[in-house]
Ligand binder design. Structure first.
Ligand SMILES: *[C@@H]1O[C@H](CO)[C@@H](O)[C@H](O)[C@H]1NC(C)=O
Ligand SMILES: *[C@@H]1O[C@H](CO)[C@@H](O)[C@H](O)[C@H]1NC(C)=O
Ligand SMILES: *[C@@H]1O[C@H](CO)[C@@H](O)[C@H](O)[C@H]1NC(C)=O
Ligand SMILES: *[C@@H]1O[C@H](CO)[C@@H](O)[C@H](O)[C@H]1NC(C)=O
Ligand SMILES: *[C@@H]1O[C@H](CO)[C@@H](O)[C@H](O)[C@H]1NC(C)=O
Ligand SMILES: *[C@@H]1O[C@H](CO)[C@@H](O)[C@H](O)[C@H]1NC(C)=O
Ligand SMILES: *[C@@H]1O[C@H](CO)[C@@H](O)[C@H](O)[C@H]1NC(C)=O
Ligand SMILES: *[C@@H]1O[C@H](CO)[C@@H](O)[C@H](O)[C@H]1NC(C)=O
Length: 420
């Protein structure tokens, strides 16, 4: 009798448990496959996540905070680079399969968690020169991304670069709007690489404050007022690190071909605000955004006689400080775009600033009370077509017939805090 009751109780217990927790859970999982949740499932020093098969790998592209891989689908984890392997493994890659239990299983059939796989070393981005012309045939497209093997290179973003004058015209990438706010934080910093540039250019030497002071003293005399400890030219990212979700992609932006000299008060002022706006817009519209970031004209500053002198950081006149930084922000789904343009001259007088295409910031409701503050980088906005009439860097077939407007009413980008 007692035994009998116990059995009934056990059956009842299993039935209840199955009805409420375990079975519901496994049913749920059945439909969902294996999960990749951002940023929690991504370990420090993560490998590259590749979808597809060897020879046809693609960079895994998340579509939401939680991503579901169907049962039987595969994800390859890869640690490229010299003497780099997966932690606690002699191998530099491993293929995971989403098992029927909705957990990833490794090549030996064991259930594993994504967060247990990282690389022994940081992954270095690389640069791949192509023969594709850009910027009215003045430059070549350089792909920046990861080399998988001798035949396969996976691109994260592109730069249009003239290898004879050593000038970058623009950089282009995409912001993954639905996912960008779930980016994986990483405190690692990386030295900028001079890959792709001539060894004589010495981009890595000219940005330090001491050499800037020396350079400006040569041009303007030792009494020059432009460069001191608080005012100097920084490495202004064209494609910014913070637009990418994975730290490996963020760190791959650290190439000199992806920067131009930008006054620090502008770089940390309205330029940071524009980068923030681009991410906010992509995130608000939950859409893939195409971004082009470039420079226009060379900055001149007056000497003691009031004559304008063009600014180059090096005596060979290769690395010029641009007068303008511009960023095209395009919502692909709406075929809508806008160009934000910032003056890289904290010393300009208001009456010498010429907006070279009609200002549409107000019409697009993309305004900030900081845009008119010259020290932070005087900023205005144009429609893509009007901008293309003046600046001839964008591909001919790149268009955005509609004006991109702010997704939220009265959303002002006035905060000083949390621009990252
Ligand atoms: C991988 O994880 C281990 C253990 O947490 C850590 O010591 C190592 O620094 C990580 N690798 C990288 C490249 O950050
Ligand atoms: C993204 O995830 C959220 C939360 O899980 C969900 O509400 C939303 O529908 C998902 N979006 C898409 C496009 O799947
Ligand atoms: C990965 O390991 C394989 C086998 O050891 C080796 O042939 C290959 O060169 C490595 N790949 C990289 C990018 O280091
Ligand atoms: C490393 O790769 C070899 C060859 O593919 C495989 O036999 C071995 O199991 C792998 N080792 C680990 C730890 O995954
Ligand atoms: C994977 O993660 C789950 C939940 O965090 C944990 O219960 C499980 O033990 C982990 N498995 C491995 C192999 O680390
Ligand atoms: C620039 O790159 C192109 C294409 O790769 C190449 O043909 C040309 O020789 C290079 N010029 C210089 C000056 O390096
Ligand atoms: C640095 O130069 C800027 C611009 O000329 C000037 O406003 C600032 O007062 C200077 N700072 C110091 C510490 O000299
Ligand atoms: C523009 O043309 C290039 C090369 O001709 C092509 O690769 C690219 O996909 C085109 N872009 C658009 C937006 O049509």
């Amino acid at each position: 009798m007692v035994a009998h009751r116990c059995v009934i109780f056990k059956i009842l217990f299993i039935f209840l448990l199955c009805g409420s927790v375990i079975c519901a859970n496994s049913k749920n999982r059945q439909q969902r496959g294996c999960q990749i949740k951002l940023p929690t499932d991504i370990p420090k020093g993560e490998p590259l996540y590749l979808s597809g098969n060897p020879g046809r790998f693609r960079l895994f592209k998340p579509i939401n905070q939680t991503n579901h891989l169907a049962v039987n689908s595969k994800l390859t984890l890869f640690c490229p680079g010299r003497r780099n392997t997966l932690l606690n493994s002699p191998n530099n890659s491993t293929e995971l399969t989403c098992g029927s239990g909705n957990r990833f299983v490794n090549e030996n059939g064991h259930e594993v968690n994504l967060s247990q796989f990282n690389c022994t070393r940081g992954i270095e981005g690389d640069l791949h020169m192509t023969r594709e012309k850009c910027s009215s045939n003045r430059g070549y497209i350089y792909d920046i991304g990861f080399r998988i093997d001798s035949r396969n290179f996976l691109t994260v973003f592109k730069v249009c670069y003239d290898n004879s004058s050593e000038t970058t015209f623009f950089s282009t990438h995409h912001i993954n709007g639905p996912v960008v706010k779930y980016f994986v934080k990483d405190s690692r910093r990386r030295n900028f690489k001079t890959t792709g540039m001539s060894a004589t250019t010495k981009a890595d030497k000219v940005y330090n404050k001491k050499s800037q002071i020396d350079r400006f003293s040569d041009i303007f005399g030792t009494q020059q007022i432009y460069i001191n400890n608080s005012m100097h030219l920084s490495r202004g990212h064209l494609t910014p690190d913070a637009d990418f979700v994975f730290p490996n992609f963020q760190l791959a932006t650290y190439f000199y071909v992806n920067v131009a000299p930008e006054f620090q008060s502008v770089n940390g002022g309205n330029w940071a605000r524009i980068e923030f706006m681009a991410r906010e817009l992509a995130s608000d519209y939950k859409s893939d955004f195409t971004i082009y970031t470039g420079i226009f004209e060379t900055l001149s500053l007056p000497n003691r006689l009031g004559q304008p002198v063009e600014i180059f950081l090096d005596s060979n006149h290769k690395i010029n400080a641009p007068k303008w930084f511009w960023k095209v922000i395009k919502n692909e789904r709406l075929d809508a775009g806008i160009v934000m343009i910032t003056l890289n001259n904290p010393f300009a007088k208001r009456d010498e600033i010429v907006e070279f295409c009609p200002n549409v910031c107000k019409r697009a409701s993309l305004t900030s009370k900081h845009f008119e503050i010259i020290k932070k980088g005087y900023t205005f906005c144009c429609e893509v077509n009007a901008f293309k009439n003046v600046v001839h860097d964008l591909p001919r077939n790149f268009t955005a017939p509609n004006l991109l407007e702010c997704a939220k009413a009265n959303y002002l980008f006035d905060n000083e805090v949390q621009l990252q």
